[in-house]
Design a binder for this molecule. Structure first.
Ligand SMILES: [Zn+2]
Length: 56
């Protein structure tokens, strides 16, 4: 039953404070590079939009 899923769940972590703030999904066939998105970080000293990168 373990068929390969095209869309996988990825975690986005703030590159400043390393907090894992967001969970999203991506199509691993079309999007093989690491995701990088500007997202609002509400943790600690950030309180602003920072670059969030896919965490493994
Ligand atoms: Zn942060």
């Amino acid at each position: 039953m373990a068929r390969k899923e095209a869309r996988i769940i990825v975690t986005l972590a703030c590159t400043d404070c390393k907090s894992r703030n967001y969970v999203t999904s991506k199509n691993r066939i079309k999007q093989q590079a690491r995701l990088e998105l500007q997202k609002y970080c509400s943790r600690g000293t950030c309180q602003k939009h920072t670059l969030h990168r896919e965490a493994k």
